[in-house]
Design a protein around this ligand. Structure first.
Ligand code: ATP
Ligand code: MG
Length: 258
């Protein structure tokens, strides 16, 4: 679906969830867009970071994927960030196994989101750090791929696996899937290694690298402990500002592609 964007990188801790939460908030507060964030990571970081208690009696993406609960019956509103959320918690870890026996198991999320896609301007999916069946479900549902990359030594390792998976997806499960871009996260322009990796990314991905990069910023790391994004609680902060700029580039890039 054209308005579904998956934020993916099987490497852990590169800023996927931080990017989803801050981009989503920016699109709501700055651009007045209606946004659904879909958490399909059993860690449930996007859920907690959006101010929802993941262990309370809520319906989650597990219920949608495994029990066929309609998305609109499971959607919650983030009290702090203003977007809608399909939550997740560790129940979802079991879904991997439960899904294996099901028919069309890679298309469960796609089918579920198809029913609500028209209710939103954009749907952003936060993936776990793996190329698991959950991630495949996200890659099947989305039209666009956004890959946060931390510019450090091992950043490019594993990227080949991701690119191969994307190629496989394009060939088989989702011919529509295309790159929206690469986002440099926790980026320190004064650091030589970060600069080198950034240059390599530009050489390889060309104009697919977002012009806006996200610096390492305290507020971005602190905000989740308040159950909010930095854009929501401190939009003037360095981190908040960077995602507000990134959201403008995000919309511009999507317009150019559509
Ligand atoms: P996982 O693969 O486990 O889901 P992730 O890719 O979603 O991780 P995040 O959880 O967003 O990564 O970020 C990892 C850690 O780095 C978190 O503690 C987060 O607060 C911090 N972090 C992310 N981006 C920044 C940034 N730009 N500046 C400072 N800290 C950041
Ligand atoms: Mg995460």
């Amino acid at each position: 679906m054209k308005n579904i964007i998956v934020i993916v990188n099987q490497k852990g801790g590169v800023g996927k969830t931080t990017s989803v939460l801050n981009l989503a908030t920016a699109l709501v507060v700055q651009n007045k867009k209606k946004i659904l964030v879909v958490d399909i990571d059993p860690q449930g970081n996007a859920t907690t970071g959006a101010g929802i208690d993941k262990n309370s009696a809520i319906k989650t993406s597990y219920d949608v994927l495994v029990n066929d609960i309609p998305v609109n019956e499971a959607v919650l509103k983030s009290p702090s960030c203003g977007f809608d959320l399909l939550a997740s918690n560790r129940n979802l870890a079991g879904a991997e196994i439960e899904l294996v026996g099901l028919e069309e198991r890679e298309f469960k999320l796609k089918k579920a989101l198809a029913k609500v896609a028209n209710d939103y301007d954009y749907i952003l999916i936060d993936c776990p750090p793996s190329l698991s069946l959950l991630t495949l479900n996200a890659l099947s549902a989305a039209q666009y791929l956004l890959v946060p990359i931390q510019c450090e030594y091992y950043a490019l390792e594993g990227l080949t696996d991701l690119l191969n998976t994307v190629k496989l997806m394009q060939g088989q499960l989702n011919p529509e899937l295309e790159f929206l871009g690469i986002l440099r996260t926790m980026y320190d322009k004064r650091n030589n290694l970060a600069q080198q990796v950034s240059t390599q990314l530009e050489e390889y991905f060309g104009d697919k690298v977002f012009y806006v990069s996200i610096p390492r910023a305290v507020r971005l790391a602190e905000a989740p402990s308040f159950g909010a994004s930095a854009v929501a609680i401190d939009p003037e902060s360095v981190g908040g500002q960077s995602y507000l700029r990134m959201a403008r580039e995000f919309i511009k890039r999507l317009k150019e592609l559509n």
